[in-house]
Design a protein around this ligand. Sequence first.
Ligand code: SPV
Ligand code: MG
Length: 294
Amino acid sequence: TSSNISKGAALRHLLARTETAYLMEAHNALSARIAEEAGFPAVWASGLSISAALGVRDSNEASWTQVLEVLEFMADRTSVPILADGDTGYGNFNNVRRLVRKLEQRGIAGVCIEDKLFPKTNSFLGDDQDLADIAEFCGKIKAGKDSQAGADFVLVARIEALVANRGLDEALARAHAFHAAGADALVIHSKKAEPDEVLAFCAAWGDRCPVILIPTKYFRTPAEMFEAAGVSAVVWANHNLRAAITAMRETSREIFATRSLVGVEARVAPLADVFELSGNAELEAAERRYLVRP
Ligand code: SPV
Ligand code: MG
């Protein structure tokens, strides 16, 4: 799908608005398409979900080019912008440069890199999250911004100071440094069940640049609270993956137990949906136009 406005510009615009944007997780082209179909204006390509869908851990076990392949399929099947989870950038500043160039070339609107160490660990695992050195991470941000070919690509810097139990002051110091280094937006992450610490961050940070939240753990917080706090975007980070796990488990177990499709047929998406989601109508039209059957 093409449009006059680039996907990077579309994401940039979403983050710049005063309204809060909501991004839905996807981990492959199918789930990205479904998120777009539901109405989401942008997609979060979750590292956790892409890893889990590939059957590996969220510890950089999938190589960056393996993730890139998944992202390319996702971008090809959607017209909304995709914000890719770039973990720690897969190495040092130089790896970030190449990552940014390749993502941009493959139609990804932006990347989020987090201030931890490679190989990263999921924020909700363990209590010993090592943070990147601030100056070193700023070099990655600068290198990433300097290497993008166009003006539109969005580089988001994710702050893990609260996840690492380093407190609000450390989080704010990092925010100031990453913003000064050229980050277009910030993610402030938290593993608390209440939003207090991220809302305190938002209040202190103000509108210096867009702030994005990932309320996986503080999921009870009503959206109105994020909106009142002036949050630019909220990421529903892993819920297509988790929905798929539940649905696939129920279906597999029932078919196994009953040796029959009768019980599940009415509950699973019809084949027509599968053809529609993969764009078969377009191929049929193209065949009418181009295919000569001798
Ligand atoms: C992801 O979705 O991969 C994220 C969010 O980075 S979290 O799992 O909370 O770290
Ligand atoms: Mg991640």
